[in-house]
Design a protein around this ligand. Sequence first.
Ligand SMILES: *Cc1c(COP(=O)(O)O)cnc(C)c1O
Length: 435
Amino acid sequence: MDQDLIRIYKEIGISENVAAYGERVLAGLRERFAQMDAIAEVNQAKVLLAMQKNRVSSECFAGSSGYGYGDVGRDTLERVYADVFHTEEALVRPQITCGTHALALALSANLRPGDELLSPVGRPYDTLEEVIGIRPSRGSLAEYGVTYREAELLPDGRFDYEKIQSSINGKTRLVTIQRSKGYASRPSFSPEEIGELIAFIKGIKPDVICMVDNCYGEFVRLSEPSDFGADLLVGSLIKNPGGGLSRCGGYLAGTRECIENAAVRLTSPGLGKEVGASLGMSREMYQGLFLAPTVVASAEKTALFAAAVYEDLGFPVYPSGKAQRNDIIQAVELGSREALCAFCEGIQAASPVEGFVKPEPWDMPGYGDQVIMAAGAFVSGSSIELSADGPLRPPYNVYFQGGLTFYHGKLGILSSLQKLLDAGCVSPEALAQQI
Ligand SMILES: *Cc1c(COP(=O)(O)O)cnc(C)c1O
C-alpha cells in the first residue's frame, strides 16, 4: 500500500490496519465503479445538451432583485431542468427552502379539499408526517380537508398491488411515491419499478396525479421516474441536483398543469412563475447542476464503499454491497446507540468544516425521535456533502450519504470505522481477520 497514503491517514487519525482494510475492500469494487462512471458520463452529456439547447449564456448569471420580473437566468434554468428530466415544465427556486417545502408545495398545490392522497409505498419520509397530518400539525393537509391513505409494502419490500388497488377510490387524486428509502430499511426503487407502479395505478384511475419524491435519486441511473410516467418529480437542491454548489432551493419538474398549480401556490394566484428574484444565485444553480452527475457518482461510490466495508465486518447493510443502487443513501444497522454515535463522530471528524465538533443527539424539528447528525459541510445541512444521520431508535441504523469527491468519502468511512474500533464496537481481531 502507498506509504504516502498511510502516512497522511495516520496524521489524520486513521490506523494502518483500517487503511489496509480499506484498500482491500476497494480492490473488489473497481468494476462497479466503472459502471457508475459510465452512467455519469451519459448524464453529463444529458445536462450539457439541455444547457446548450436552451442557449445558456453569461447573461443568465446576472440575477434579479425585487419582483424579479423577466429574470432570464431563472426562466432559462427552469427550461433546462424541464429538459434534463424530460418534462413539460419545471419550477426551480431558491425560495423553495428545502426538500420538505418542495414536497409540501407540490402536495398542497395539487390537492383540493375533499381529495385523498395515497402513498402506495408505505409510510413516507418523517417530515411529511406533519405535512400530511399523520401526526397532527398546524397547517397540515388534514386541516384543509385532504384525507390520506397508505398501502404498506409487502414484507419483502415489493408493492402490494392488491392493497393498492383496494386503496384507490373516487376521492384519490394524487399518489406520492418515495423513490429513496428515507429512514426505513426497505429497498429504494428504480425508475423502472416506479414506472410499473404508475402504470398499474393509472390503469385503475387514469386521471390520478403520480408524484415522485425524487430526493437522493437524481442522476443515479440513466433515466428518471419522469421517463416512466411520473407526472411530477420533487427534490432538494442541497442534495443531488445542486451538485454541492447550490446554497439552497428546491425543484419541481412535471406536467404544465402540476407546475402551474405549484407556481401560483409558491407565489400567488395571478403571479405564478412571473415573480421571484434569483438574487444572484443562478450561477451556482447552473454550475451545480452541471457538476451533479459526477458529484452523484462520487457519492454513490462512497455509499458502495461504505456498504462493502461494513458488510464484510458483519453489519447488516441496506442496500447490500452487491445490489443495484437506486439512490446515494447507505444504511448500516449498527445495533446500538454507542455505535451510531461513534459512526457519526467519525464522519464529523473527517469534515473540512467543523471537523473539531462532536455531534450530539437532539430533538430536530419535524422528526418524531431524537436524531444524531454529522455534517461538516460548506453548505449548512447539505447532504450531498459527506454526512450521516440516524434516529435514536432500534435497530440504530445510520443513514449515510454524500461525498463531493470519492477520496473524501472514502476517508470519512474509514474515519467512522476507526471511531467504532476506538469505542469497542468493532474488535481489532475482527478487523485483522479481514485484511
Ligand atoms: C431529504 C428528504 C426529504 C426532505 O428534505 P429536506 O430538505 O430535509 O426537508 C424528503 N424525502 C426524502 C426521501 C428525503 O431524502
